[in-house]
Design a protein around this ligand. Structure first.
Ligand code: AP5
Ligand code: MG
Length: 186
């Protein structure tokens, strides 16, 4: 099972990916979590990424694709994986398609979790991560609109795109995603 959880910052991608990885026994691959780990470890990637993450800008596509290829070819990904926060540009989506082909992996189901911006801002201010101040949140939302939202069209054209309402209880969102994944081969 290969899943992309797609959506703006704060829609609940990470929350849902954590629940799904337990249910389906496949790993969550969160590029944001991986970058935050690199920041915490002070690696060269982490030092470079921190400046961009603090501003709400995206890390370069070639770096992200390198991280993803390394991750999805590990043994725990043989039964599938849940991508959370990747791809978030058209070049990342195209690069991912090329990687899937190269490594003989089946296609994805891309599930968008949709939540209104004001609900997102409220959720993220309450969460309080390093990049969760109002100015950075609003900038991340703008970056999402300009660079990430076009990725939806990419998956719609591939015929593997579903959108759900994420503005309801965590459990209700979860049940809807689970139903999508158990009623269609992903
Ligand atoms: P990333 O870590 O991916 O952050 P994000 O996209 O901004 O998304 P979040 O993690 O903030 O939100 P989420 O959708 O996971 O929601 P969550 O479950 O936490 O990326 C951070 C940065 O890293 C980027 O800005 C960029 O710089 C860089 N980066 C990462 N990936 C990259 C890539 N591919 N390319 C380039 N750069 C990249 O939920 C949010 C809050 O809401 C939580 O407190 C949660 O408890 C709560 N919540 C969740 N669901 C519900 C619900 N149904 N009802 C009420 N509250 C809820
Ligand atoms: Mg997240």
């Amino acid at each position: 099972m290969h899943v992309i959880l797609f959506g703006a910052p704060g829609v609940g991608k990470g929350t849902q990916a954590q629940l799904l990885q337990k249910e389906f026994n496949i790993p969550q691959i969160s590029t944001g979590d991986m970058l935050r780990q690199a920041v915490a470890e002070g690696t060269p990637l982490g030092l470079q990424a921190k400046k961009l993450m603090d501003k709400g800008e995206l890390v370069a596509d070639d770096i992200m694709l390198g991280i993803i290829e390394d991750r999805i070819t590990r043994s725990d990904c043989q039964k599938g994986f849940i991508l959370d926060g990747f791809p978030r540009t058209i070049p990342q989506a195209e690069g991912l398609s090329a990687l899937l082909k190269k490594h003989n992996m089946p296609d994805f189901t891309c599930i968008e979790i949709a939540v209104p911006d004001e609900v997102i801002v409220d959720r993220l201010l309450k969460r309080g991560r390093a990049d969760d101040n109002e100015a950075t949140i609003r900038h991340r939302l703008n970056v999402y609109q300009s660079q990430t939202a076009p990725v939806k069209e990419y998956y719609k054209q591939l015929g593997s795109f579903v959108s759900i309402n994420g503005n309801k209880a965590i459990e209700d969102v979860y049940n809807e995603i689970k139903q999508i994944l158990t009623t269609q081969v992903a």
